[in-house]
Design a binder for this molecule. Structure first.
Ligand SMILES: [Zn+2]
Length: 396
């Protein structure tokens, strides 16, 4: 099918805004961007001549399976307490509640413009339902296991899932965090990521409790592991920062590192990072990912919602507005780039910018004929709760 979309303005994310033109889509791919009336004959035309059109948002970090925990958690006195609450509530969720939450979360993301998604999936039985939601997605298998003796069995299980699902969904591997995954397991999962050519992702340097755990081998996260009988008595603290620890294991090369609030001087060790604005705000974090510094150093930083265990909605328009509030030194143009092309780059998805050869994943915002502001401000307008046009793979 060949499709023509007329637009008022196009934010391509790889050139200056284009006004009053047409976009030609063929078989789900972008064929041509024309500044005037295109000569290509098409079967269908969509008239968005009163819309701003741009690439769909890429939500680079979420846990859709936790959406049913909406309003059930609050920031606890420390991070380990929040994890305890999360584990208890999550294990009590019924299958129907979880399935309902996944659908609700996906619908909130879509209505607010998310077309690309990286979701952490802890239960492989959910891969088909989350992979089938209609996003262009990377499903990261979330793995937890702090005892070295469990590493081999867990890595084998990951490989079994890759063999049975690998050709259906784009899979990645998410060792949960440096305080919940053993060194041996990190190394084995790193090997698997090389073998299957997939991405790794982890929660990294999120709290000072994590730094205390990795640097000194003490604090509330040690107590948490001990209480859950998940501690390894032979473990010795790496006595360095969480980022340096993973760097020393050689696991940061294909790694999408989420949070990185305590990254300090290690910014060049990370290849790709995800900032979760509303989750960061929800926890009241004082240390946050140094986005300006990382962008200046050429490190791609994307945006993510994280889960409803640390957020009050999965509306991505709220995320870009919170990013705008938390990052005064980063321009709105750059925030939109983080929300689109940088997310796609980090996740290796063929979307996030509008140029021939890329996939037809777009969102649109209706604009008044008298609008005279900066085009990049439109998605940030506070009254916008959802997008006015949504398309994935040339389908709408
Ligand atoms: Zn997360």
């Amino acid at each position: 099918m060949t499709l023509k979309i007329k637009f008022r303005v196009l934010l391509t994310q790889c050139s200056e805004p284009i006004e009053n033109g047409e976009l030609i889509i063929e078989g789900g791919d972008i064929l041509e961007i024309s500044r005037q009336v295109s000569k290509v004959s098409t079967e269908y035309t969509i008239d968005l001549s009163d819309h701003l059109l741009m690439p769909g948002f890429v939500n680079a970090h979420s846990h859709l399976s936790l959406t049913a925990l909406e309003n059930k958690l609050s920031p606890s006195k420390n991070f380990a307490c929040w994890i305890r609450d999360l584990i208890a509530l999550n294990s009590a969720l019924k299958n129907e509640e979880r399935a309902w939450g996944i659908q609700k979360g996906a619908s909130e993301m879509k209505s607010s413009g998310v077309t690309g998604l990286a979701d952490y999936v802890a239960d492989s039985a959910l891969l088909d339902s989350i992979g089938g939601l209609g996003f262009r997605s990377v499903l990261f298998l979330e793995i937890i296991g702090f005892q070295n003796k469990k590493a081999e069995g867990l890595a084998k299980e990951v490989e079994r899932i890759f063999k049975s699902h690998g050709s259906i969904w784009t899979l990645g591997i998410a060792p949960h965090a440096p305080y919940s995954v053993s060194e041996k397991l990190f190394l084995q999962l790193n090997q698997l990521s090389k073998k299957y050519g997939c991405l790794l992702s982890t929660h990294l340097a999120e709290t000072d409790e994590e730094s205390q755990f990795i640097e000194k081998g003490e604090g509330p996260l040690v107590d948490l592991l001990k209480d859950r009988k998940a501690f390894d008595v032979n473990w010795q603290a790496p006595a360095t920062s969480p980022v340096s620890y993973l760097k020393s294991l050689g696991t940061l090369n294909e790694m999408v590192a989420v949070h990185c609030n305590f990254i300090d001087d290690d910014t060049d060790a990370v290849q790709a990072a995800v900032f979760c604005p509303k989750s960061t705000h929800w926890f009241g974090r004082i240390n946050i990912l140094p986005v300006r510094k990382m962008l200046d150093a050429g490190v791609p930083v994307a945006l993510g919602t994280d889960s409803m265990a640390s957020n009050d909605s999965l509306n991505f328009l709220e995320e870009i507005r919170m990013a705008d509030k938390l990052l005064p030194e980063v321009s709105r143009k750059e925030i939109l780039k983080m929300a689109t092309s940088l997310g796609a780059e980090i996740l290796r998805l063929p979307c996030g910018k509008i140029e021939p050869g890329q996939k037809g994943d777009f969102i649109g915002f209706k604009i008044g004929s008298d609008y005279s502001g900066d085009w990049h401000d439109i998605p940030f307008e506070p009254q916008r709760k959802k997008v006015d046009f949504y398309m994935v793979d040339g389908k709408f």
